[in-house]
Design a protein around this ligand. Sequence first.
Ligand SMILES: [Zn+2]
Length: 84
Amino acid sequence: MTAPLLSLAQILNRLALTARRTLREHHPAPDGICPVCRTAGCEVAAAAREVLATITQLRWHHRGAGSVARPDESAGPTWEPSSR
Ligand SMILES: [Zn+2]
């Protein structure tokens, strides 16, 4: 029980990372078939997209709705760990 508790920001960051990676792995082939699930309209990818969208919204809300850039284009370090 020595693992430090994660802050909400860290949790969201990890979630986003996982979702992004999932999306990459479940990226449909040109014929629309997911290479992992071998189905069209992969539900895993859809779920990952939803997670990402939700996290993005949370992030904007968190940051204050002032400066707006396109969410998905910032592939770099996404979340500054706000140490309080
Ligand atoms: Zn899939």
